[in-house]
Design a protein. Structure first.
Length: 476
DNA sequence: ATGTAC
């Protein structure tokens, strides 16, 4: 019923005009192939988002979009607080500030060739991964609020990494506006042993080789060259973020009912930005962002320690750290006027263009590095934000390959052991916490990441800089 | 995503 309403709007850009209770159109970024295979539920969920109070311009779906809890994963929606706009826990997702960090190792492929197995064993031993994985680091209840206020800055102050890392993290490694008092004791308790752990699902730590460079200028600006060895870390806010989402989804269902906000789907629970629960969720969610930033900072430190054990010449520097499950207050131009909006990005990466004031000086000319994690057996990409993207999608783009198949479908089709063997034949070492987890994450369960990234570039949301191919994957 | 169904 939605697919037949699609109108091609531009290169890799489609629109569904508002109908029913939609206040704004749906805009989907995808090529012909991706749009043909797009799950009808993505349109339904994007339409539900388009019907929420205070939504501005459009309800967006990225090329990697798929069904999610309330909002589609790969969905972007911006809300105006002065027009009754809402904030939604489902619009951020359960894994608050799930994101990707990319490190340059200072090594080239020649320097690690032949040592892959040793490096893989070392990383797997040092990086806690899997369901309920525990860290050697303990954050006591006394320190918890400092961590939730300080983010990666807190981690650096505890001895995990360097101050220089912070300028290559969104928000300089510390999200302002965090309000630990609005995070439940239960959520904090769940995090005590989990700072510096990978978690499970699609989370991983990967050692990668730069296999292609698409723009010499941008690669130079990002310090990348062919055959450089990089590390990509994908994880989020673990138990704490999950508990914040659980706590506030329940509160928001109640508030939405009291405020007379009609919800097409109860999973889309939300509260007016200016309501008490709306403000509390925002403060708690910012604390969740800091938790994820601290988590990735500690994991980077563990990675540095592992590399230092084998390679005295390794020098791991942070290229960038992006979150792809957030709601952020940003200034965007609407009808010629600057407006402060609450931009939800769920399974969508911020992709700010050149000259944006929030970028560090040495990235002003290039635009923001955009990190796209692919699947174990395929490739990941580094892109750069564009000026065009700022008006096309509030400076947002895809976040990964995007699931094409549910986890249960994937476990019926593949066995973890076979996936590991198949990837070994391609020269990729997988260190997995669970065979079932590996089956769920089989490359075949995902869309084609190359198609997703190409559609993103054709639409103008970001520019391709480099392709990374996996050598070692420590899987949650 | 998640102490993978408090």
């Amino acid at each position: 019923m939605f697919a037949e309403k699609l109108k091609k709007r531009g290169e890799a850009q489609w629109e569904i005009a508002p109908f029913g209770k939609m206040r704004v159109p749906i805009i989907i970024f995808a090529d012909e192939g991706l749009i043909r295979d797009m799950d009808e539920q993505v349109y339904q969920q994007a339409a539900n988002v388009a019907a929420l109070p205070g939504i501005v311009k459009a309800s967006y779906a990225m090329p990697d979009a798929h069904w999610g809890y309330g909002f589609p994963i790969g969905g972007v929606g911006a809300f105006d607080p002065d027009a009754g706009g809402v904030i939604s826990a489902g619009g951020v997702g359960f894994d608050i500030s799930c994101g990707v960090r990319s490190l340059h190792t200072g090594l080239t492929y020649d320097q690690i060739k032949g040592n892959e197995k040793e490096l893989a064993d070392l990383l797997a031993r040092r990086i806690p991964a899997g369901v309920g994985s525990e860290s050697k680091l303990r954050v006591t209840s006394l320190e918890m609020d400092d961590m939730l206020q300080g983010g990666a800055l807190w981690a650096v102050e505890q001895g995990y990494g360097h101050r220089a890392d912070l300028r290559r993290i969104e928000e300089n490694g510390r999200m302002l506006g965090a309000e630990p008092r609005y995070v439940s004791d239960h959520a904090k308790q769940r995090q005590e042993k989990e700072v510096g752990t990978l978690g499970s699902g699609n989370h991983y730590l990967e050692v990668q080789r730069v296999a292609a460079v698409y723009s010499d200028d941008l690669a130079k600006a990002f310090g990348l060259a062919l055959n450089d060895i990089m590390v990509m870390i994908h994880c989020g806010s673990r138990g704490l973020g999950h508990q914040i989402a659980t706590d506030y989804l329940a509160k928001m269902i109640k508030v939405a009912r009291e405020e007379g906000i009609e919800l097409a789907d109860k999973d889309l629970a939300c509260a007016p930005i200016k309501s008490e629960v709306g403000k509390q969720y925002y403060g708690a969610m910012c604390a969740g962002i800091n938790c994820a930033l601290a988590n990735r900072q500690v994991l980077m430190h563990l990675t540095r320690e592992a590399f230092a054990q084998i390679y005295s010449r390794a020098n791991l520097t942070l290229l960038y750290d992006v979150s792809h499950n957030t709601c952020k207050v940003e200034e965007h131009e609407i009808d010629g006027h600057k407006k402060k909006l609450y931009v939800h990005r769920k399974g969508a990466t911020r992709a700010f263009g050149p000259g944006h004031p929030s970028l560090p000086e040495d990235l002003q000319a290039s635009g923001q590095p955009v990190l796209i994690g692919g699947t174990m057996g395929t490739a990941s990409f580094i892109l750069a934000g564009t000026t065009e993207g700022m008006t096309l999608s509030f400076g947002s783009c895809c976040h990964g390959a995007g699931r094409a198949m549910s986890r249960s479908q994937a476990t019926k089709r593949w066995h973890g052991k076979d996936v590991v063997m198949h990837l070994a034949q391609k020269g990729i070492i997988i260190k997995g916490a669970s065979p079932r987890g590996i089956a769920e994450e089989a490359p075949g369960a995902y869309k084609d990441v190359t198609a997703v990234v190409n559609a993103t570039e054709i639409a103008g949301l970001a520019r391709k800089v480099a392709r990374l191919e996996p050598l070692i994957c420590v899987k949650g």
